[in-house]
Design a protein around this ligand. Structure first.
Ligand SMILES: [Zn+2]
Ligand SMILES: [Zn+2]
Ligand SMILES: [Zn+2]
Length: 456
């Protein structure tokens, strides 16, 4: 899907420059600064593909990059645990009401454990009662969706209008949403919830492309002078809109997913891949009927190939979206408070709630997201960078930290394998199957040499 030709290459370079310009880094004194990385061709070891490079030296522990998601979505089943801004994934509302709401849902069909009563929970959920000292952990007040849906909330007017402009006008099931067939849109969401909520992320990407393309062609119509940046014709507007998604590694979802271990033979594998393809086709059909006119205006965004490659891109590049829960932070702070009457009084209120929440008290916000520059980081089994968020990182942005001192010009790498340090070369490569390559990093090569010399 990556565009070719000299013009296209210039457009790709320009895309990376803009994407990096939108990233930030955090200096050791906490101030936000520009991000000092570049995207370039990587060395042969990486098959000549793209990589991200340091344009200055970094010290171990230093923040290399903070990037907002190109598109992100909270997992559907996680929504009951975390009420967050649809746009930046920051928690919204108060800790007290979050606890009340969660417990009311958990004990919808049974009495909550004593001494807590349903009335206590209703008061917490509605804001009539608050937990001692919890206000320090509260998020911003909830702002409703511009389309008046019950589905999404926002942390600010700015996030609500940005989301509306970028994708929510199409995604919104509310009465002011632009979908021409609301029933099909509801069916689309239901299908995604029943099968795989990655379709919601894919739909958000398609909506973003439609919005970008519409804006580009409107600019062309209104203002002849912008013709330099964006060609007049719709196909150029389409190329422009697709670019951020086209440049990330992608392959059709049903081809790129690794074969499940329970597939016994080739026929079972074929069936598995056909099922994925059919699921994607059903999902896309619902989306196309939900968005009638828009889908007709930008037919290239609604082919099964494009849809499949978007989902494939999420599989290949997705970084888990995680935001720490303020509810957990509140309970931890109570626990860590110095002993005394104040702490004992607080705990008399919080302990029964904590017991009622049981293992659920620390569930964070979880989802999937695609990040432009982060997706350009290559894998290494002993990477020099890692994604790691600090206390101040309260939204869904991806934060990359240097794991050791890095020289200017060095390629920046992360591990695509979880807990890579404790895993053998075979175990690591087993996980890398999903990405379609065998790792040739220094650590892998060293371990391979050791293995061979032991065999001799
Ligand atoms: Zn927000
Ligand atoms: Zn909405
Ligand atoms: Zn390796």
């Amino acid at each position: 899907m990556e565009p070719v030709g000299a013009d296209a290459r210039a457009a790709v370079d320009e895309h990376w420059r803009c994407a990096i310009a939108r990233c930030r880094a955090r200096a050791s004194n906490g101030a936000m600064t520009a991000c000092d990385v570049a995207v370039a061709r990587a060395r042969e070891r990486r098959g000549g593909g793209r990589g991200v490079f340091a344009t200055r030296a970094f010290e171990r522990g230093e923040c290399v990059m903070i990037e907002r998601a190109l598109v992100g979505a909270q997992h559907e089943e996680n929504v009951k645990h975390a009420r967050a801004c649809e746009n930046c994934h920051r928690y919204v509302g108060t800790v007290s009401s979050a606890v009340g709401r969660r417990l009311l849902e958990k004990y919808a069909n049974a009495a909550p454990p004593k001494p807590t009563t349903r009335e206590d929970l209703v008061k917490l959920a509605s804001g009539e009662a608050t937990l001692p000292g919890a206000d320090a952990f509260d998020g911003p007040r909830e702002v409703g969706c511009l389309g008046a849906c019950a589905r999404n909330v926002y942390c600010s007017e700015a996030c609500a209008s940005e989301a509306w402009r970028e994708r929510e006008s199409l995604m919104c099931p509310g009465e002011k949403g632009m979908a021409t067939n609301k029933r099909a849109l509801d069916e689309f969401y239901a299908h995604a919830r029943e099968t795989n909520d990655i379709f919601i992320l894919a739909a958000k990407a398609v909506a973003t492309m439609c919005a970008r393309a519409s804006r580009a062609s409107a600019r062309d119509r209104d203002d002849g002078s912008s013709g330099k940046e964006i060609e007049r014709d719709a196909s150029a507007a389409e190329d422009f809109a697709r670019l951020p998604f086209a440049v990330v590694a992608n392959a059709p979802w049903w081809e790129s997913v690794a074969t499940p271990h329970d597939c016994e033979d080739e026929r079972a594998e074929m069936e598995f891949r056909t099922t994925l393809r059919t699921l994607a086709q059903d999902s896309l059909d619902l989306l196309r009927s939900a968005w009638g006119e828009t889908a007709n205006a930008w037919p290239r965004f609604f082919t099964l190939e494009t849809y499949g490659r978007l989902i494939g891109a999420f599989e290949l590049n997705n970084l888990e979206l995680v935001v720490e829960s303020p509810v957990e932070n509140y309970f931890l702070a109570i626990d860590a408070a110095p002993d005394g009457e104040e702490k004992r009084a607080a705990m008399r209120v919080t302990q029964p709630l904590l017991d009622a929440l049981d293992t659920e008290y620390d569930i964070p916000l979880l989802g999937s997201a695609l990040f432009s520059v982060q997706s350009g980081f290559n894998h290494d089994c002993d990477p020099n960078c890692e994604p790691m968020k600090g206390e101040e990182d309260i939204d869904g942005a991806c934060v990359i930290i240097a794991r050791r001192d890095i020289a200017a010009g060095e390629e920046l790498t992360i591990s695509y394998v979880s807990d890579e340090a404790s895993k053998s070369r075979d175990e690591r490569n087993d996980e890398l199957c999903d990405y379609g390559f065998v790792c040739r990093c220094e650590r892998c090569e060293n371990e391979l040499r050791e293995q061979r010399s032991r065999k001799r």
